[in-house]
Design a protein around this ligand. Sequence first.
Ligand code: 5GP
Length: 178
Amino acid sequence: MDQVNIKGKIFHKFISSDEIALVIKSLSDRINKDYAEKEVLFLIVLNGAFMFASDLLKQIEGNHKISFIKLSSYQGLSSTDEVKELIGLNEDLKDKNIIVIEDIIDTGITMECLKERILAKEPSSFEICTLMFKPKAFKKDYNIKYIGREISNEFIIGYGFDFDGYGRNIKDIYQLKD
Ligand code: 5GP
């Protein structure tokens, strides 16, 4: 399938499932090496990271905990006042080694919001693992230790990435052209 049509938008094949598997292998090798003697609490950011996290974590060695979090946006009291609420973070993070697994970091705003809330719970270490990173869109200056692949700013779907809820089930990644 060279292209997919979702709600009238045409997406072209961009990264094959074989390439994704290689990217994930390289990430899991690094994490296994860095945390060989340490226990990690992996926090999977829903919804987009579910497929990536599933494939990545199957290749992680050792005994670790896994939990799921979600940032839900809602309007605050004033209409311009957007508040992001973190849901699902019920674990005690104090003195734990945290790795957050995210699908993509674009402007970096979402991850900054997550990072602040997680660091407030005093973990002993905090690292980010993202499958995709858009360096030209990134507006922040925090470190992202584990980056699967850097991509340009075009919108992608497939392999967990959605367009209006569609496309998450597609095994390859497709990119919107124009
Ligand atoms: P940020 O806060 O870094 O700008 O945005 C992060 C979120 O935007 C991601 O978790 C994801 O939900 C969404 N996002 C950014 N770029 C893309 C993209 O190319 N495709 C899809 N499907 N979502 C994206």
